[in-house]
Structures are given as C-alpha cells and as structure tokens.
Design a protein around this ligand. Structure first.
Ligand SMILES: NC(=O)c1ccc[n+]([C@@H]2O[C@H](COP(=O)([O-])OP(=O)(O)OC[C@H]3O[C@@H](n4cnc5c(N)ncnc54)[C@H](OP(=O)(O)O)[C@@H]3O)[C@@H](O)[C@H]2O)c1
Length: 246
C-alpha cells in the first residue's frame, strides 16, 4: 500500500450524512477512489453526485451493515470497480438512546446489530483481502461514549466500548499486515439526535448539539490524518470533541 490518500480505494459506510458524508467529501478531494454506502438511496446518491460533480471519484451502493452479506457485497463492489481495497471505514451507527426502564428493546437490538455487529461484518469482509495484500487499514468510528458511560446511554455506550475492545484485539492480531484505527467523536453536528424516539432525551441531545457540537469536518480531518501517515505508522485512536464538552 502506498502512503498518503491519493489513489487509495476507500470503502466508507454511513456515508450519506454527518461524519461519513464530510469524510467522503474530504477524502475524495484528496484523491481517494471511494465506494460509499448507506441504507437510503436518495441521500447517498446526492453525496455521490456532489463528489463526482466536484471532480472526485466515487461510486455508491446501498448497504445495511446489520446484514453480513450486504457488507460483503459493498466490499466486493469496490474490488470489482477499482481492483483493490486499501481502507475500510466502519462509520455507520445509530444512537436511539433512552433510560433502561423504558425497555425499548428493539432499539437496543438495533444498536447492537448496527454499531457492533456491523463493525464485525465489515472486518469479516476485508480481512482476507488485507491478509492476501499484506496491507490495508480498518478505521472505525466509536465515540466519547466508548470511554465514559452516562445514564440514558447505557446500551449505546456498551456497543461503543465493545467496538474499542474489539479493535484493540484486531490491532494486535493484525501484526504487520494492516493498520487499525479508532476515531472517537464527541458531540458533533449531525442528524444523530433526530433519530432518538424518546422526546425528552431527543430534546436534551438536540440542545447540547446546538450549544456545543463541532462540525463533522473536524472528524473528517482526523480520518484523513490517520490514513495519510506512512505505512509503518498506525494511529491507534483519536478522540475529537468540542472544547466545551464535559
Ligand atoms: N454525532 C455525534 O455527536 C456522534 C458522537 C459520537 C459518535 N458518533 C458516531 O459517528 C458515526 C456517524 O454518525 P453521525 O453522527 O454522522 O450520524 P448521522 O448523520 O445520523 O449518519 C449516520 C449514517 O449511518 C447510516 N446508517 C445508519 N444505519 C445504517 C445501517 N444499518 N447500514 C448502513 N448505514 C447505516 C446513515 O444512513 P441511512 O440511515 O440511510 O442508512 C447515515 O449515513 C456513528 O457511528 C456514531 O455512533 C457520532
């Protein structure tokens, strides 16, 4: 794998909005060849068209990261389009947070299926490729909730703690063959809070978002920093949060 970003083939999930969309725009501007995925066709096509209109190289495919076959198909599409895969960014995630007493069990399932199992499926899809190439880079979006748990965020936080633990094991098993990075955002201005179904919790998060949240561009720059390091430099983890975040 060559150092830098120019020419690298990057598969990016959750690319239709927020941190993923900002990352796709920045990496394309730096010369990456992208395969972007998300569930909703309309927003995904919008980002793809925006990038290609600006001169970037970007293809897209619908993906549901909670379905292993769907994630494999996304990676296969990148291989078939570009002949190689250099970086996988496991960025798709959901945060329908609520107090446990509300027993929103279907939402707990969704967080485990998307935030945790989605990452495992991404790794399963690229691992044989990276072993064969003896190069590659797996970047996963965790959260400051992967470092600190607060009431109302137990299940979300549990999925993100698990992702960090998993990525540390993956890093150790990777050896010299590929790099493993975790990017942990704090409060970031995205569509995230709008998916919270508990009205009080949504209002609280939306207010915090308005008061202190940072631009998703800050996370995109962190992703780019990790990718553009020399091959023998593995940026293990970056936490990027608002200065004002407690
Ligand atoms: N915003 C924050 O304050 C914050 C803080 C810490 C961590 N994070 C993490 O940052 C990552 C990105 O979130 P964001 O803030 O940018 O939120 P966002 O604006 O809601 O974007 C989430 C993206 O993930 C996609 N997605 C959701 N479920 C998916 C699935 N099952 N399969 C494929 N794609 C799926 C969404 O598109 P579709 O719905 O169309 O699939 C969208 O493109 C997440 O992992 C999140 O946990 C965010």
């Amino acid at each position: 794998m060559t150092a830098g970003i120019d020419g690298k083939v990057i598969v990016l999930t959750g690319a239709s909005s927020g941190i993923g969309a900002a990352t796709a725009r920045l990496l394309a501007a730096k010369g990456a060849r992208l395969m972007i995925g998300a569930r909703g066709q309309e927003r995904l096509s919008h980002i793809q068209n925006e990038i290609t209109a600006a001169g970037g190289i970007c293809q897209s495919q619908i993906v549901d990261v909670s379905d292993a076959a769907s994630v494999s198909a996304l990676v296969a599409a990148a291989l078939s389009a570009y002949g190689q895969v250099d970086v996988l960014i496991n960025n798709a995630g959901v945060m329908p947070i609520s107090m446990l007493d509300q027993l929103r069990v279907a939402e707990w399932d969704a967080m485990v299926d998307i935030n945790l199992k989605g990452v495992l499926y991404g790794v399963a899809a690229v691992l044989p490729i990276f072993r064969a190439q003896k190069s590659g880079h797996i970047i996963t979006t965790a959260s400051t909730a992967a470092h600190k748990t607060v009431a109302g965020q137990s299940v979300y936080s549990a999925t993100k703690f698990a992702v960090r633990a998993f990525c540390e094991g993956l890093r150790q098993e990777a050896g010299r063959d590929f790099r493993v990075t975790v990017i942990s955002p704090g409060m970031t201005q995205t569509a995230f809070a709008s998916h919270i179904t508990d009205p009080a919790m949504r209002e609280r998060l939306e207010k915090a978002g308005t008061d202190i949240a940072i631009s998703p561009d800050a996370l995109a720059r962190a992703m780019a920093f990790a990718i553009e390091q020399p091959d023998d430099v593995d940026v293990g983890e970056i936490i990027v949060r608002p200065t004002a975040q407690p």
